[in-house]
Design a protein around this ligand. Structure first.
Ligand code: MN
Length: 245
């Protein structure tokens, strides 16, 4: 009798363990935690899902090491800051007032936001397309999707050193291509006024994003990116940005 009870107890524990493993293994829908301490969102697909365009090892190191370091260092900088208000601010609030804070807050808050967004605008569907509305807006601004890709790729190729290329919806509600150094982004209060806006595409052109597979050939990585872009998510972000107007 005692043994039977123990057996049920053990089976119960195993069931609870399995359930919590299943739930914790789900990709986080809530990409950005509302308040500190911030957490590393899971990749919304397997680390090899973007092969051959972005390789598994790059994805693992980029997400598990680089992005994790931005999250950890952001939490550390917030915890060590004399400004206790920081502990009650969302990531968007921090970015919108980032000029008031230390380089550690700036670089790591930017790094956390940029990478959280980056994972979601990638996917394994090489044939998806922008929504009708986004396609219309891209055609209106750039003439064609191909011309848009060319202009965006030029911004990504010519960003000197480390940084990001962006497609934003600017204050006038128009599409605009920009780029920023380091982990800056178009949501920060002190980026150039005419380059502020809501990012709908962000491409990481730090060497850590491509060096293992592409070495010094950044243009090859940028060309491959167009096969891994998640147009569905980008279109969703475009809708959100336009509705905010
Ligand atoms: Mn990166």
């Amino acid at each position: 009798m005692k043994n039977k009870q123990n057996l049920f107890f053990i089976l119960g524990l195993m069931a609870i363990g399995t359930m919590s493993f299943i739930f914790s293994g789900q990709p986080s829908k809530k990409v950005l935690q509302p308040l500190p301490p911030f957490t590393l969102p899971a990749l919304p697909y397997a680390s090899d899902a973007l092969e051959p365009y972005i390789d598994k090892l790059t994805m693992e190191i980029h997400h598990d090491k680089h992005h994790k370091a931005y999250v950890d260092n952001l939490n550390k900088a917030i915890a060590e800051s004399k400004d206790s208000k920081l502990g009650t601010m969302t990531l968007s609030d921090i970015l919108a007032t980032v000029s008031k804070y230390s380089p550690a807050i700036r670089n790591n808050a930017g790094g956390h936001y940029n990478h959280s967004m980056f994972w979601t605008i990638l996917d394994s569907d090489a044939n998806d397309k922008p929504s009708g509305e986004l396609e219309l807006a891209l055609n209106k601004k750039y003439g064609s999707i191909e011309k848009f890709k060319e202009e965006f790729s030029t911004a990504a190729k010519t960003r000197f050193g480390s940084g990001w290329a962006w497609l934003i919806v600017n204050k006038k509600g128009e599409l605009q291509i920009t780029s920023t150094p380091n982990q800056d982004n178009p949501l920060m209060d002190d980026v150039k006024a005419d380059e502020r806006g809501y990012p709908i595409v962000g491409l990481d052109v730090w060497e850590h994003a491509y060096y293992l597979k592409y070495q010094n050939k950044r243009p090859d990585y940028i060309a491959a990116f167009w096969n891994a872009i998640n147009w569905k998510e980008v279109s969703k972000r475009y809708d959100e940005a336009v509705k905010k107007k």
